[in-house]
Design a protein around this ligand. Sequence first.
Ligand code: AMP
Ligand code: GLY
Length: 430
Amino acid sequence: MKVLVVGGGGREHALIRKIKESKRVDSVACCPGNGGISYDADCYNVSATDIDGVIKLAKEIKADFVVVAPDDPLVAGMVDALNAEGFATFGPRADAAIIEGSKVFSKNLMLKYNIPTAEYKVFDRAEDVIEYLKEKNEFPAVIKADGLALGKGVIIPETLDEAIAGVKEIMEDKIFGASGNNVVVEEFLTGPEVSVLAFTDGKCVKPMVSSMDHKRALDGDKGLNTGGMGTVSPNPYYTEEIAKECMDKIFIPTINAMNAEGRTFKGCLYFGLMLTAKGPKVIEYNCRFGDPETQVVLPRLKTDIMDIFDAINNETLSELDIEWSDEACACVIMASGGYPKSYPKGIEITGLTDGQLQGVTVYHAGTAVKDGKLVTSGGRVLGVTALGDTLENALVKSYSAVDKINFENAHYRKDIGQRALKALNNVKNV
Ligand code: AMP
Ligand code: GLY
């Protein structure tokens, strides 16, 4: 088989590495891919959001299967368009991808089907939001743009002034375009966060191993929100008991709710959960694999991923036994100096041979090959990832590899996994 993966970040690199392990796969192509991915797949310069371009490419290279990884093309209907041309695919159709594409949709779905989430109100006028926030006078407040916003559509203002400024940016200046026509204001929740990616064929749901993201730019969860500065798997807060509760109260009800709405979801559904004092609640749904969660989840997958994709398409997922390794996995993101604000590109990266380093897997998020040299080309550059018999060992391996990789002003968090280690030690002490 020839598999085409649409996208070009660390998540896509992790998917490609796993797809290449399949006995049934001869070659993998990627569009647009990146410098590091080009060591593993044939990369084609077609944008991940160019539906016509991707269809043309899939025909040209005679792809047998197309995996659509990012949110924008899924929400825009790339899978529907590929299916109409006869291609087998992985990823939800647009009518199901709306679970990520519209927060108003997903919040209303959870309310209608009694799926635990933060209380909320929807607004379509900035004045009304500001009036409501003034009256309520409870901070921090949580304000979310309805549509896709490159992962930056959530603001958590500490004061009314900050809230007013944020609402104006989203609803009046339209910094996220039409995504800001509506906003959701919701209750501020507290508790440890867990990411659970789950395979579903619309009939059954098979959660993958859990993970923990580190969204803030700086150590100690300080600084600006980013796309994710590192991940670990498993997430120690996600005990078997909590997993069962999530299955009964969140995962199965969500699949049933989407079916009841005539929007059967097939693919990877991402549950962003918060474990509150009143039980687990949904913070967000994503219609795709998370980034950088995928980088620590897929290395633990033992089952042939193409068998899983086929079972989803054939609606036989319940018959497939999906196996996971007991090892822990850690991913440390090396980012460009300045990220998530502006940063330079084209800086040479040293310490890697053909994009890799022995003992770890380096997933490339923002790299390019220029004049035969590997250079930076994005905010998040590399995801340095290791498996270990314990989380501690996985972290030691990742961080010792990070020490050997260099580019000017490289920035990474030194405390990835520390919160998880603390939680593990507390559990041991009980
Ligand atoms: P998102 O972009 O939806 O992943 O949200 C970004 C981050 O905002 C989440 O990972 C949470 O840390 C935080 N967040 C979102 N919704 C809430 C909420 N209702 N209460 C507290 N924090 C939240
Ligand atoms: N890591 C969060 C996301 O993929 O949206």
